[in-house]
Ligand binder design. Structure first.
Ligand SMILES: [Zn+2]
Length: 282
């Protein structure tokens, strides 16, 4: 009884007794001794294609922290998932150097961060539901993310590296000299916005992707010229250009062997990098 009365009456004393640790520590970081682990992830681009002044210019690695409850909150936010930006937000959140704009990352570099954070957060085995390309049977399939390999781009014939983040391709049918660049998160956003507003037609998607990578054609870099070329180059040139892009773009290869449990069909399959990638138990 007398103790209770003391606590009610002498607020000062009670306050000190309730939080003896807090009075000796000035920040939560000092209060709790655990530290969120960080790791250095190898960039497929090795920083080669970032302009001078970009924080990743010539940087071969990037430091990220392990995912915490904060990042899980981002991944559970339904509205963010709907916008398809949850993974981008997570990537921005785990990058230690806050001067780096995650959207400015090249697509292949972002993929490397997505895979590394998934492995450190939930392990390397990714079990997901896939459809067999032959018999269409849906089945659970486990991919080992530790088998992902960096591909640093061996240029196909007819393509040269300009050394400034762009590449020159001579198109086999039209003979056009096309300069193209590697795509980053901003380009990806433009591509997905354009294809959504135009009704998401696959034809459109190819045109939009080609338009996004074009820098100049026969030294002409006006939007009108680039639009015209993106929409009108012969299919053979368009296929060549996409192959040229793939050969130039550093990436992380997550294609893995798939065997259908129903019909025995075997092929390599690209592991889907969707938001569900971060939910091993759902
Ligand atoms: Zn099958």
């Amino acid at each position: 009884m007398s103790r209770n009365r003391d606590r009610v009456g002498g607020g000062n004393v009670a306050h000190q007794a309730e939080s003896p640790v807090a009075s000796n520590a000035s920040s939560p970081e000092q209060l709790f001794s655990f530290v969120v682990p960080t790791e250095f992830v190898e960039l497929p681009s090795k920083g080669r294609f970032y302009a001078v002044g970009h924080p990743l210019h010539n940087q071969t690695t990037i430091e990220i922290k392990q995912m915490t409850a904060k990042e899980e909150d981002i991944l559970t936010s339904r509205s963010l998932l709907k916008q398809g930006v949850a993974i981008d937000r997570v990537i921005q959140s785990i990058i230690m150097d806050k001067s780096i704009d995650a959207t400015s990352l090249l697509v292949g570099d972002k993929n490397a961060l997505v895979i590394a954070s998934r492995v450190s957060g939930y392990g390397n085995i990714y079990t997901t539901n896939v459809g067999c390309p032959a018999c269409e049977t849906r089945q659970e399939y486990s991919f080992d993310l530790n088998l992902a390999e960096i591909t640093s781009g061996e240029l196909i014939d007819g393509v040269t590296d300009n050394g400034n983040g762009t590449f020159l391709a001579v198109l086999p049918t039209s003979g056009l000299n096309v300069v193209f660049k590697l795509l980053n998160g901003y380009d990806e956003k433009r591509i997905s916005n354009t294809s959504t507003t135009k009704g998401n037609k696959p034809d459109n998607l190819i045109t939009t992707q080609i338009r996004a990578m074009l820098v100049s054609v026969n030294n002409n870099s006006t939007p009108d010229a680039l639009n015209y070329v993106a929409e009108n180059i012969p299919s053979r040139d368009s296929a060549f250009l996409r192959k040229a892009y793939k050969s130039a773009a550093p990436n992380i290869d997550i294609d893995q062997h798939f065997t259908c449990s129903n019909c025995g069909f075997e092929d390599t399959m690209e592991v889907p990098l969707t938001a569900d990638f971060f939910w091993p138990d759902r």
